[in-house]
Design a protein around this ligand. Structure first.
Ligand code: ATP
Ligand code: MG
Length: 261
């Protein structure tokens, strides 16, 4: 059974997609079978995996509203070594269309259940919102990775997100237990970033991943070549950090599983 993690933060541009794409590629490098679900109408995870979003005749949208089978829509990211359930701007309509379903927040869970046996990991790249699409992701995940920049305002939105996660866990999905904060775009030369990073550790303890992703221009360049950063320039500091993060995530998941057995 796949371990399902979503990458979420309602703030825009904090590194969700970069984390989702590079973590998928990093896990694939470790011989994990990975499905990356693009759950953002921007389609950035699709494009960043080397798949042209405008050429996808069917996407996650058709799967969610029951007009296509997931198996027929999934495409292989040759460059990343993982499968992708692509998205494009059509997905924006899902917020309204899902309301026609009896359990609109459970649709993604229903469609992923059919393929959960085929993968070791399913990673979901969420849009910058806490609306129905993101709630769908939280309803089917065991874990949530929250990428954060170590800035003052980063902490402000965090409580909204953590409260949403807790609400979903309490009312909808008791399996959603693993919350991990990932420090991204980190620049250790900036004192404020050091302070916020320390504050995160003190407040959230081992819920903060040990790996820190540095600010690194190679990670930002990679999507324009349709490649995950860890493929585009594997010797860059950013790539090395995401490779380390894949290793850490895998170790944590194994630990979680053995704790529950
Ligand atoms: P959105 O909320 O719009 O979906 P996002 O949270 O998915 O955004 P990304 O698209 O991953 O964020 O990143 C935002 C921008 O920052 C992108 O241009 C990306 O290439 C760049 N970026 C992400 N991580 C890093 C990093 N570690 N170093 C340098 N640039 C980065
Ligand atoms: Mg994104």
């Amino acid at each position: 059974m796949a371990y399902i993690y979503c990458v979420a933060n309602q703030k825009g541009g904090v590194g969700k997609t970069t984390t989702a794409v590079n973590t998928a590629a990093s896990l694939a490098r470790r011989r994990q079978k990975v499905l990356l679900v693009d759950l953002d109408p921007q389609g950035n995870a699709t494009m960043g995996s080397g798949i042209e979003k405008t050429e996808c005749s069917n996407t996650v949208y058709e799967v969610l509203i029951g007009k296509a089978d997931l198996d027929d829509v999934v495409v292989k990211s040759d460059v990343g070594g993982y499968d992708v359930l692509p998205a494009n701007r059509e997905l924006a309509a899902a917020e309204i269309d899902l309301m026609n379903f009896k359990n609109p927040d459970q649709r993604l869970k229903e469609v992923l259940e059919a393929v959960a046996d085929k993968y070791d990991f399913i990673l979901i790249d969420c849009p910058p919102s806490l609306t129905m699409i993101t709630v769908n992701a939280l309803c089917c995940a065991q874990g949530v990775i929250i990428p954060m920049q170590c800035e003052y305002f980063a902490l402000e939105g965090l409580s909204d997100l953590v409260n949403t996660v807790k609400r979903v866990r309490h009312n909808k999905n008791p399996q959603l237990t693993a919350i991990g904060l990932l420090r991204v775009m980190y620049d250790g030369r900036i004192t404020l970033q050091q302070q916020v990073s320390e504050q995160l550790k003190q407040t959230f303890g081992d819920r903060v991943f040990d790996t820190v992703i540095p600010r690194n221009v190679r990670l930002a360049e990679a999507p324009s070549y349709g490649e995950p950063g860890i493929v585009y320039d594997k010797s860059s500091r950013g790539a090395k950090a995401y490779v380390a993060f894949g290793r850490e995530l895998l170790a944590r998941v194994k630990q979680d599983f053995s704790d529950k057995e």
